[in-house]
Ligand binder design. Structure first.
Ligand code: ZN
Length: 271
């Protein structure tokens, strides 16, 4: 693996691994932030629930005081009934007494509804507290995982960056410049040749070039312009003398056996 093209293929691999690591490192913060947002949302719900509970309790205290007033009024009217002088006065008082009783019943009905509502809110309150406890635990675990992951990724990334610098320093500058130009224009600067085709655009590679590429020569794809690289470890089919028709899917057992038998046909050449 010392030809220029092999170095570029290796460089691409290193740079893609580094990019994947960078993406992964950004994902830690996103995951933590998602958990923080969920926790904040539940905390808001808990606060709202708490406010509703306070409101219900306050409104029940008002209701209790209202019913107490009504009871006192009613007792007063009942007491006044004893001293009434006329039928109309008695009727008016009786009317008031009935009204008080109806009011007391109505308010007690409301009080009952409020108690039921409080029970529901208290159940929600407990659930929200449990949810918050779980979310806090999940967040702490996520933060620990992220820290471990970041440390590991950072170490790995620093290794990859070191490797990247070494490889870049060893590649011929004009090829490296072309590699950088292609990398920024497209996702990959180097495409593998598999079954005599460019893996990026599927264009067939002409036989003469195919042979040269397999010997480590630098060639570009005539269609997509990428560097073409042949890696025997990736494309085992190239070593198998199959008739050009009937391209069956590679059978791993047969392929491995045939590769072992014919592997020495292509000694690696170093340029
Ligand atoms: Zn191509």
């Amino acid at each position: 693996m010392h030809s220029e093209i092999a170095k570029l293929a290796h460089l691409q691999d290193v740079e893609q691994q580094a990019a994947a690591l960078t993406t992964q490192m950004a994902a830690y913060s996103q995951k933590i932030s998602a958990r923080e947002q969920a926790l904040a949302q539940t905390s808001r719900e808990l606060e709202e629930n708490q406010e509703k509970l306070v409101k219900e309790a306050a409104s029940r205290r008002r209701m209790e005081s209202d019913t107490e007033d009504m009871r006192l009024k009613r007792a007063r009217y009942v007491a006044q009934l004893d001293g009434v002088q006329s039928d109309s006065q008695a009727k008016a008082l009786e009317h008031q007494i009935v009204f008080c009783k109806q009011e007391i019943d109505r308010i007690e009905e409301l009080e009952f509804t409020s108690l039921m509502q409080t029970e529901t809110l208290e159940t929600q309150q407990r659930t929200l507290h449990e949810t918050i406890a779980n979310q806090k635990q999940g967040l702490a675990a996520e933060q620990t995982d992220a820290q471990l992951g970041r440390d590991r990724d950072k170490a790995l990334l620093s290794e990859l960056n070191g490797e990247r610098a070494i490889v870049r320093g060893s590649v011929e500058p004009s090829l490296l410049a072309e590699y950088d130009r292609l990398s920024s224009a497209r996702k990959n600067a180097v495409a593998f040749v598999e079954r005599q085709r460019c893996s990026a655009c599927q264009m067939m590679v002409r036989p003469q070039r195919w042979n040269e590429i397999r010997e480590g020569a630098v060639h570009f794809c005539e269609s997509c312009g990428r560097f073409l690289y042949y890696n025997p470890a990736v494309d085992l089919s190239a070593d198998i003398k199959l008739p050009s028709v009937a391209k069956k899917p590679a059978n791993p057992v047969t392929t491995a056996a045939q590769t072992a038998a014919t592997g020495s046909d292509y000694p690696a050449r170093e340029d």
